[in-house]
Ligand binder design. Structure first.
Ligand SMILES: Cc1cc2nc3c(=O)[nH]c(=O)nc-3n(C[C@H](O)[C@H](O)[C@H](O)COP(=O)(O)OP(=O)(O)OC[C@H]3O[C@@H](n4cnc5c(N)ncnc54)[C@H](O)[C@@H]3O)c2cc1C
Length: 381
């Protein structure tokens, strides 16, 4: 069973799916082995117009009304090819560029958003700090107001796209306000004096999506780098991050789909005891459970994306989508690895990559338990 996509949406997916099969999947193993960011493929996606899926035509975007359904499709399909590559695109096109689109000046949009949607610039979003992950309101990076702008001091960790970013939307404390009132977003060009990138963090998942540290040492930025203006706070950015959880669910779905497809094909070919392993009930049950988990998560995620397109509050639904697609994706990948037997543990088959990558959505964008906390609050508990 599938979400009732309309004809245009199906055509979009078919076109994109062909690109993923022809351009991304043949490179997925190499990207994983080298941990390289595929800038050429990223630029190609920009030229094809996919990076602008969520944005209006005036900035080079696609001008699509149901932007979340389409963006979910984009991220799911890319993750079917490579979750690492999809994570790069997802971070670039969601929180990072969206804040600029919502709150940037026209000049900033022309300078940064337009090239970002063409694939000529890469962007990142930075809130997490060494002592403030789930407890994001506890960040210490400060932006202090001076006569001619702000001076930013502090550091960030676990920032996706940090090594390759041309600009970053950075969350910092301002003034004396508490919680969201005392936090604001700044557009930071990575060429700004006082900005530096620290180490690239080695991790066991999504190798080709770089994750790193950022440092700000007396970094001066003009007033208009405060996105949303002098009175802005973190509320609109928080709403955006809420909706972005659908995108993390989407990449979990794409990776799980790849694991399911690979295991299904393998079960039809691999023979033991004179029969294909797919004829054994134990293997069939695993495949059925994988499909059942996938379809539930898929339907739930797209319904949530459609709600977001209708402008509805999806705080609870996006958190649940991230739980069901994230945790479900991980279970699917574990079962897939099991179906591959000993070969599943080798680097010659992609089952290990699907399982390694399936852990990213459990943490990125907020952990599954933080999603449960948010949901419990919305349930009135
Ligand atoms: C690969 C990767 C990419 C990332 N990309 C970005 C990025 O681009 N930009 C960015 O800003 N951040 C990014 N992050 C950071 C990510 O959002 C944080 O890692 C995440 O929010 C968790 O924070 P933490 O790692 O500090 O864990 P902690 O907050 O220390 O949590 C540790 C454990 O404690 C649990 N826990 C914490 N508080 C509670 C509570 N109140 N109740 C119950 N359990 C709790 C958590 O669920 C978790 O199991 C990325 C992280 C990774 C791993």
């Amino acid at each position: 069973m599938e979400y009732p996509f309309n004809e245009d949406q199906l055509a979009f997916r078919e076109h994109l799916s062909r690109w993923v099969d022809e351009r991304l999947i043949p490179r997925a193993e190499e990207l994983d082995e080298t941990s390289e960011f595929a800038r050429d493929l990223f630029e190609e996606l920009g030229e094809l117009g996919y990076l602008g899926t969520k944005y209006p035509e005036e900035y080079g975007g696609a001008g699509i009304e149901e932007k979340y359904v389409y963006y979910t499709m984009l991220c799911e399909e890319l993750a079917r090819g490579s979750m690492g590559f999809a994570a790069t695109v997802a971070m670039h096109g969601s929180a990072a560029s969206h804040m600029l689109f919502e709150d940037g000046t026209e000049e900033q949009k022309q300078k940064y958003l337009v090239p970002a949607l063409k694939g000529k610039m890469v962007c990142a979003f930075a809130i997490t700090e060494p002592q403030a992950g789930s407890d994001a309101a506890n960040i210490r990076t400060r932006a202090d107001r001076t006569d001619d702008g702000y001076v930013i001091n502090g550091s960030k960790i676990f920032i996706s796209n940090s090594i390759n970013a041309d600009f970053i939307t950075v969350v910092a404390k301002v003034g004396d306000g508490k919680g969201a009132k005392g936090m604001a977003l700044f557009l930071v060009d990575t060429k700004t004096p006082g900005f530096s990138v620290g180490r690239k963090i080695e991790k066991f998942t999504t190798y080709c999506s770089d994750t790193g540290e950022l440092f700000f040492a007396d970094m001066k930025v003009p007033f208009d780098c405060r996105l949303g203006g002098e009175d802005s706070d973190f509320k609109s950015a928080y709403r955006m991050l809420t909706v972005d959880r659908i995108i993390t669910a989407a990449i979990a779905l794409g990776n799980a789909r790849a694991a399911y497809d690979a295991a299904f094909e393998y079960a039809k070919e691999r023979e033991q005891f004179g029969r294909t392993i797919g004829s054994f009930q134990a293997v069939q049950f695993k495949l059925v459970d994988m499909l059942a988990t996938f379809e539930q998560a898929h339907l739930y995620t797209y319904h949530t994306a459609a709600m977001a397109d209708r402008g509805e509050d999806v705080t609870k639904e996006a958190a649940i989508a991230k739980i069901v697609a994230g945790d479900g994706g991980c279970e699917i990948c574990q079962k897939a690895l099991n179906i591959f037997g000993g070969y599943g543990l080798t680097m010659e088959y992609p089952a290990q990559r699907y399982l390694r990558d399936s852990f990213f959505p459990l943490i990125g964008g907020g952990t599954s338990d933080i999603m449960r906390l948010l949901t419990a609050k919305r349930m009135g508990l």
